[in-house]
Design a protein around this ligand. Structure first.
Ligand SMILES: Cc1ncc(COP(=O)(O)O)c(C=O)c1O
Length: 458
């Protein structure tokens, strides 16, 4: 830790995994050559090297100082509202310009890409938090920024686009007419996978540009370790007792960020780690109802096939207010850990998530993002009667630590629907799930779930 309490090293979980992550499968192009990914070398190293501590570049620590350490407190008002049996501690990542934890990795990535000579960063964004974080990081490190945002989400939250543009970014509503992948997509498709696919294609034919991604990659989970490292110190200072750590999961960066440093330090000390609970959306139940298989990370299918818990990249994900959770797969690190039951998962519907967000707002005077509402709903269940999880009933006996990954000021439309009684949940169609997972290659030795109906997703 630096004197101000801002971490000056990231902590990796890779040295503590029982076995190396399954290698990616790289598809062959028509010309027979695999697709080249232009990642700065340091990000490549951070993805594969089982080194525990990584120095954070001084420029990135300086940038972190503007908003870190982020607050951690005991949420007594929320505890009362949900009838918690044990304390709930909140780590809040919404108090920066981007409004979420995404800035932790955006700053690191912009720094490494700028040093590698890249002039423009291009990406896809669902809820807009990642795009906003990237726009902010590019502004800080003097780079251009182009963002493809899921169109439905941008229309629902136009001020996200305005904020990105204020920060200097160019924003496109995906699907656009700018890319082949969008032209070839089925009419009406509006997904993060397609927005990412558009960004990949656009970056590959734009001079000086690179595609970068905010979640799921092993290096972005490493960058997010600042959340868990700070939380561990803050909890120790409070003498807090806890036995469960919760975060919501899109691909897994805020959950990985808060949870994995606790796993690493328990492994180092030879003690039992807390119960690490991934709260996913019941519309994208990869960790509770998915299969461990090789799947693609975006709609272009040009990137490597990664070993992940997935509901199938072709699954038509129903619309929901938690655009940041609308991703078909989980990060490969988390998937490998889920496969060994080192992390657990529970699925939460958006009505339950926003209701937890409402109670949190009244109890704590902080308005959480709908995505974070999923973590809060899971935390409330763990601290109360228990949550139905991937491996049975999940319950905390001492206390729960929960990451509130972002604020919900640009998501008030979702709260409005909740308060007006207009919010509903769309359960996944078992047949469509089965179809989307059907053709996937299982990871060797995978203990397969049978898809729809398997696991304990709600
Ligand atoms: C506020 C917020 N929380 C959570 C997520 C999910 O992403 P991840 O799983 O990478 O933390 C997002 C993604 O956009 C987000 O904006």
């Amino acid at each position: 830790m630096s004197p101000a309490g801002v971490p000056d090293r990231w902590r990796s979980v890779l040295p503590h995994l029982a076995e190396p992550l399954p290698p990616d499968h790289t598809p062959q192009t028509a010309s027979g050559s695999g697709v080249q990914v232009n990642l700065p070398m340091e990000l490549v190293r951070q993805s594969v090297r089982p080194k525990e501590f990584w120095d954070i570049p001084a420029e990135v620590v300086d940038a972190y100082r503007a908003f870190r350490p982020t607050p951690l407190w005991r949420a007594k008002g929320f505890e009362r509202a949900v009838g918690a049996r044990v304390p709930v501690y909140v780590k809040y990542e919404g108090g920066n310009i981007s409004g979420s934890h995404k800035l932790n990795t955006a700053l690191a990535q912009a720094y490494y890409y700028a040093r590698a000579g890249v002039k423009e960063l291009v990406s896809g964004t669902g809820a807009g938090q990642w795009g906003t974080a990237l726009a902010a990081a590019c502004a800080l490190f003097g780079m251009k920024c182009t963002v493809f945002m899921v169109g439905n989400s941008l229309r629902r939250k136009p001020y996200r686009g305005t904020l990105m543009r204020t920060l200097g970014a160019t924003v496109h509503a995906s699907p656009t007419t700018l890319t082949e992948v969008a032209k070839q997509a089925e009419a009406g498709v509006n997904s993060l996978s397609l927005a990412i696919g558009e960004a990949v294609e656009y970056a590959s034919r734009t001079e000086g540009a690179a595609f970068c991604i905010g979640s799921g990659e092993t290096y972005s989970i490493l960058h997010q370790s600042v959340i868990g490292l700070e939380a561990a110190d803050q909890l120790a200072a409070l003498d807090a007792e806890f036995d469960a750590v919760v975060g919501c999961v899109g691909a897994g960066s805020n959950f990985g960020g808060i949870a994995l440093p606790f796993f690493a330090s328990a492994a180092e000390a030879g003690t039992e780690p807390p119960l690490l609970v991934a709260a996913e959306s019941s519309t994208t139940p990869k960790l509770t109802r998915g299969t461990y298989a090789y799947d693609r990370t975006d709609a272009t299918g040009t990137g490597p096939m990664e070993a992940m818990y997935t509901i199938g990249s072709s699954y038509p994900i129903p619309d929901s207010h938690s655009a940041g959770l609308r991703f078909h797969g989980a990060a490969k690190v988390l998937s490998a850990m889920r496969h060994r039951d080192e992390i657990a998962a529970t699925a939460v519907g958006q009505v339950q998530a926003l209701d937890a967000g409402r109670l949190f707002t009244r109890g704590e005077m902080v308005l959480p993002a709908p995505e974070s509402g999923h973590a809060l709903a899971a935390a409330a269940s763990l601290a109360g009667g228990g949550a139905e999880g991937s491996n049975g009933l999940l319950r905390a006996e001492k206390g729960v630590v929960v990451c509130v990954s972002g604020h919900g000021y640009l998501d008030l439309g979702a709260y409005q629907q909740l308060l007006d009684g207009e919010l509903t949940d769309e359960a996944p169609d078992p047949q469509a799930l089965r179809l989307a997972m059907g053709g996937l290659d299982p990871v060797d030795g995978a203990r397969q779930l049978t898809g729809a109906g398997a696991g304990h997703g709600r």
